[in-house]
Design a protein around this ligand. Structure first.
Ligand SMILES: NC(=O)c1ccc[n+]([C@@H]2O[C@H](COP(=O)([O-])OP(=O)(O)OC[C@H]3O[C@@H](n4cnc5c(N)ncnc54)[C@H](O)[C@@H]3O)[C@@H](O)[C@H]2O)c1
Length: 272
């Protein structure tokens, strides 16, 4: 790192550059994952689009390759299967010979995700916690360990507003939605794991940070959007591209002295 007190010696714009960096994004075909991929690609990165088979990561990677005229890779992965995550790393290294960043943007919204707390089955709980928390553990373990042995990198995990505060149950009045305890608990684990790894790998030049999105608009039912506006200081939901701008900062040299941080992109939801 340059030792100077003269800011004129620094090219601040280039700090945000992701030129030639290789970024693995899990859950890359999801609502926020797609925005993460596009944003990082626009800043020059090679994206490894990692998602389950049903999401068709190869098709999305091909469209990114065409649009950005740069090699992108689509890989089918199941984050709860360690050998599958190892395969993701192996294919990435075979293609690019390095990994600079890992973004964990997967989640499991099971068919019975919104089941009432009193009736939540063990299978449902396990499925949510396993994907959200164990999946993040495995990808950090496999890919982060490679980074630790190869001069470092950047990891960005995604907890939730509901690992920071409890859900306001009034938000869901008159809607078919809710926020299950399994989701909050799994995301609380992601938060704790991320802080642990920020400290654990700090001297290996790995920065581990988090982005907390909130209420990302996805053609929600009208009642929900109205309720949301009443409880949000900014009186609106967010858009996936608003979350993605934070990712550029956390993946790039611009955040070189930031680790263990949870960047809240939640429109002030938790300030009052
Ligand atoms: N959307 C929001 O408002 C919001 C708010 C707070 C936090 N988050 C978090 O942000 C992240 C992204 O959210 P999103 O809205 O894009 O979610 P999404 O449901 O649209 O996408 C999740 C992606 O994860 C993939 N996935 C599921 N199981 C997987 C597995 N076993 N292995 C690999 N990939 C798997 C899915 O195929 C999907 O493409 C999630 O972790 C979510 O919990 C979202």
């Amino acid at each position: 790192m340059k030792r100077t007190t003269d800011p004129q010696e620094i090219d601040f714009k280039s700090k945000f550059d992701l030129q030639d960096k290789v970024i693995i994004i899990t859950g890359a075909c999801g609502l926020i994952g797609r925005a993460f991929c596009e944003a990082a690609a626009q800043f020059g990165a090679h994206i490894v689009v990692a998602d389950i088979e049903k999401a068709n990561p190869t098709e999305f990677a091909d469209s990114l390759t065409k649009r950005h005229n740069r090699t992108m890779l689509g890989v089918t992965v199941d984050v709860v299967d360690k050998s599958s995550v190892q395969q993701l790393l192996d294919i990435t290294l075979k293609t690019f010979s390095k990994v600079n960043g890992l973004v964990n943007s997967h989640q499991n919204k099971t068919n019975s995700f919104f089941e009432k707390f009193e009736d939540y089955t063990e299978d449902n709980w396990d499925a949510v916690v396993e994907t959200n928390l164990k999946g993040t553990f495995l990808s950090c373990q496999v890919i982060g360990t490679w980074m630790a042995n190869h001069k470092g990198g950047k990891i960005v995990n995604i907890p939730s507003t509901y690992s920071v505060v409890a859900p306001n149950q009034n938000l869901y009045k008159g809607t078919n939605m809710g926020c299950p305890a399994a989701y909050s608990a799994s995301k609380g684990g992601v938060d704790a794991l991320s802080r642990y790894l920020a400290s654990y790998w700090a001297n290996k030049n790995i920065q581990v940070n988090m982005i907390t999105p909130h209420g990302v608009w996805n053609k929600h039912e009208e009642n929900f959007e109205e309720n949301f506006s009443q409880f949000s200081p900014m009186e609106r939901m967010s858009y996936n591209h608003e979350v993605a701008s934070a990712l550029i900062y956390l993946l790039s040299d611009a955040s070189s002295y930031v680790t263990g941080d949870n960047m809240l992109v939640e429109g002030g939801w938790t300030v009052w």
